[in-house]
Design a protein around this ligand. Structure first.
Ligand code: NAD
Length: 234
């Protein structure tokens, strides 16, 4: 799989495009407007500059990463040569179902369609296509160029071949793919969100203050940041 189409140039989409491009893949980045695409490319450039300043990449790496990305406002154009699509458009079921219906029509037959959704069932998304065996969840974490985890979520009809190809692809990006099943919130958000809700409830009930709650979880549970600070980032 050489040609990657990333849909959505927002927080996750620009990070996903950045990561694939940095590892030498040709990326077509699609969003609704030229302005969103420009914002996405500006963020990628800023993040590459930061990596360059820390000597994690060379000037050549920065230029070739940016050269590997082409932008599109038309989904049909941006997806027609894809080997793998990673959909990272807004978390809205209707938007995603429409995108997958279009992808199924315009993408090559062997193309794998993946989604970065945090909460919409993979099986439901796959069901609007004629290729549910080639639909899968690729749930990257924010910020994508830095975070190692990718939850790989199999829908009811996802084939072993699709799963294996996507797992191998995540490893090519130097990520750690972790295979999970298609249940609400998958694993990451199923556990994280109740914890954050409970931290808020703990504050609300007056059990402890913000600093204290975060300190207990940082020093007591070895979390790198407390749940309330993490909630602010999210
Ligand atoms: P975002 O709002 O930053 O970006 C979404 C982008 O999608 C926007 O630029 C928007 O213009 C674009 N878009 C909307 N409809 C489109 C369409 N039909 N075609 C093309 N582009 C379209 O959102 P985000 O935080 O990047 O989230 C994207 C996806 O990633 C969601 O499914 C979300 O649940 C998931 N996710 C987010 C995080 C996070 O921490 N932000 C983490 C993991 C997964």
């Amino acid at each position: 799989m050489k040609n990657i189409t990333v849909i959505g140039a927002g927080t996750m989409g620009n990070g996903i495009a950045h990561t694939f491009a940095q590892f030498g893949y040709k990326v077509n980045l699609v969003d609704l407007s030229q302005e969103s695409l420009e914002r996405g490319i500006a963020t990628i450039t800023k993040n590459l500059d930061r990596m360059l300043a820390k000597e994690k990449i060379s000037e050549y790496d920065k230029t070739s990463t940016l050269n590997n990305i082409t932008t599109y406002t038309q989904l049909e154009e941006g997806a027609k040569t894809a080997d793998l699509v990673v959909e990272a458009a807004s978390e809205n079921e209707n938007i995603k179902l429409d995108i997958f219906k279009t992808l199924d029509k315009v993408c090559p037959e062997n193309c794998i369609l993946s989604t970065n959704t945090s909460s919409i069932p993979i099986t439901k998304i796959a069901a609007v296509t004629q290729r549910p065996d080639r639909v899968i969840g690729m749930h990257f974490m924010n910020p994508v160029p830095i975070m190692k985890l990718v939850e790989i979520i199999r829908g009811y009809n996802t084939s072993n071949e699709t799963n294996d190809k996507v797992v191998a692809m995540a490893k090519n990006l130097k990520k750690v793919p972790t295979e999970v099943n298609d249940y609400p919130g998958f694993v990451a958000n199923r556990i994280l969100m109740p914890m954050i809700n409970e931290a808020i409830e703990t504050l609300y009930t007056g059990v402890a203050g913000v600093e204290e709650i975060d300190t207990v979880m940082k020093l007591g549970m070895a979390h790198p940041m407390g749940p309330l600070q993490l909630a602010d980032f999210i």
